[in-house]
Design a protein around this ligand. Structure first.
Ligand code: NAD
Length: 490
């Protein structure tokens, strides 16, 4: 059951980039839903701040359209929508000039939490931080929310951290990785640290290997320009998959508090071995011709408008965590676009029993804990039982399956979108689900040499078909180790 509706004290929230894509698709709908859930105390104010020269009335009409387009049932309730719009204001502003700043400062209320959401191009983050300071808006009570990507490599992430640190303390900086706001990702910690059952087995003595898969069916869409400079390694691996790896591999923090959790995650990243070139496979999707099942689709290079692109839309790699818990257990991570199904899942493959008392014909069996993050959020534990019937002691593997929506029933309600959780945490000042500066830098320090290696060797990604599980070399990454990827199932 989601019981996060404890009201947040009155606040001022400013969305820089309040007319942009992210504001439209994520931030404004999330705010509206939390408002409808009764989470905003009287007096909360949301101010859109963007370049467009409109007034508050124009922005309210824009927000109303955005919310109606999301088809949120509550957006059809004129009273609810009207009350929400009553909290909304707008200032036309230029991050790089003087326009709008004095007006914005005049609209802020003293003595209440103040959050500034930087939903603009990353190259404007420094300008925004500087202007907030110049106009007296960077007080101790202010918080800034910074969207991904956080840097392009270690040097740029360090620069950005240093720029933000000029005017804001680390406790005021909320770096978003929206994966951490997903209900099921938080559930990873609940499953690991809320049950006695798993933790004693959670180490290399019992776990053969771990697979983390984040598969998408979509292509790069309208983000071609950005994506072709980033690729799957920067867009997904450096942040989302690394975060999942940290949550699955970290030591139990002493408390569920921001620094205790982030300290443990950081230790995981710092303990990662450098990845060997033959432990990485990169891929790029081919075009799908007319007449193929599902119809024609452009290939990666066509979609990004770069016929010679060497950027990967798929990556699979094998890594190790050099510490007492995990020495000897490989972690296999893969992510890609235009794959066979949309599926984010973590598979913890346990070792086979050391000795079978049932003889050879019973076969070898191992347990598998599958944690599905999306879709069909839930957990499956594969256990071995006797095959029913008179055929002797033959063993089969069966799933103990729990889909959260079924197990929790209607009382569980709608799972809140990640941004709902994250924005409320910003307003409350809780940083547990946000990345700390040193965490981001450590992740880049691990990623940078991988990219440098590709560049120096002039490597080109392997082609793969739309609707497949990725390039065939990724299968070999596993078969070489006498292992197999689990299927990518919707
Ligand atoms: P967008 O281009 O759709 O919107 C940009 C916004 O910034 C607009 O409101 C524009 O008016 C404003 N803006 C531009 N220049 C400005 C200036 N000089 N001063 C003040 N405002 C200015 O971008 P977006 O897709 O909404 O992305 C915003 C941020 O979120 C980026 O950092 C992006 O990397 C990140 N992000 C976006 C998505 C997404 O799905 N759109 C996903 C993850 C991260």
């Amino acid at each position: 059951m989601y019981s996060g509706a404890i009201p947040v004290d009155p606040f001022d929230l400013v969305i820089f980039g309040g007319t942009g894509d992210l504001a439209r698709r994520k931030i404004l709908p999330a705010l509206f839903r939390r408002f409808c859930a009764g989470q905003f105390a009287e007096g909360a104010r949301i101010t859109g701040a963007a370049r467009a020269g409109m007034d508050a009335e124009g922005y309210r009409a824009f927000v109303a359209d955005v919310l109606r387009d999301t088809a949120d049932p509550q957006a059809g309730d004129d009273t609810m929508l009207g009350r929400f719009l009553g909290t909304v204001d707008y200032v036309a502003i230029d991050a790089t000039g003087e326009n709008g700043w004095a007006e914005l400062a005049a609209r802020m209320t003293e003595d209440r939490a103040r959050a500034f959401f930087f939903s603009v191009r990353p190259r404007l983050f420094g300008d925004l931080a500087e202007r907030l300071h110049q106009h007296g808006l960077a007080s101790d009570r202010a918080r800034i929310v910074v969207e991904k990507p956080f840097g392009h490599d270690l040097a740029s992430a360090r620069d950005l951290n240093a720029t933000l640190a000029t005017h804001f303390h680390e406790s005021q900086i909320f770096r978003i990785d929206h994966y951490l706001g997903k209900e099921t990702v938080q559930n990873l910690m609940a499953v690991r640290f809320g049950n006695m059952l798993f933790e004693p087995l959670w180490n290399s003595q019992y776990v053969d290997h771990i697979q983390i898969t984040v598969a998408e069916t979509v292509g790069v869409g309208g983000r071609g320009d950005y994506y072709d400079r980033a690729g799957a390694i920067r867009d997904m691996m450096q942040n989302h998959l690394m975060q999942l790896l940290c949550l699955i591999a970290m030591e139990p923090p002493a408390k569920f508090d921001p620094d205790a959790v982030r300290d443990e995650k950081l230790k995981v990243i710092r303990a990662l071995d450098p990845v060997q070139p033959h432990h990485i496979v990169r891929g790029q999707y081919n075009a799908r011709p007319e007449g193929a099942g599902g119809g024609a689709l452009p290939g990666y290079r066509e979609e990004v408008g770069n016929p010679r692109s060497k950027t990967e839309s798929y990556i699979a790699l094998r890594t190790h965590i050099s510490n007492w818990r995990w020495a000897g257990t490989p972690f296999y991570l893969r992510t890609g676009k235009r794959l066979v199904a949309r599926s984010s899942v973590i598979n913890v493959m346990f070792k086979e029993t050391p000795h079978s008392i049932f003889g050879q014909e019973a076969g070898r069996h191992a347990n598998l804990l599958s944690i599905r993050l999306q879709p069909n959020e839930g957990i499956t534990l594969q256990v071995t039982i006797k095959e029913p019937g008179p055929g002797g002691m033959r063993l089969i593997d069966v799933p103990l399956d729990m889909t959260f929506a079924e197990a929790l029933g209607p009382a569980s309600g709608r799972a809140p979108d990640a941004y709902e959780r994250l924005i409320v945490d910003v307003l409350r000042g809780n940083q547990t689900l946000f990345m700390r500066g040193d965490e981001v830098e450590a992740a880049w320090a691990w990623i940078d040499p991988i990219i440098a290696g590709w560049t120096s060797r002039g490597e080109v990604p392997k082609p793969y078909d739309i609707g497949s599980t990725g390039p065939s070399d990724a299968e070999q990454l596993m078969t070489r180790d006498d292992r197999k990827w689990r299927g990518i199932n919707p």
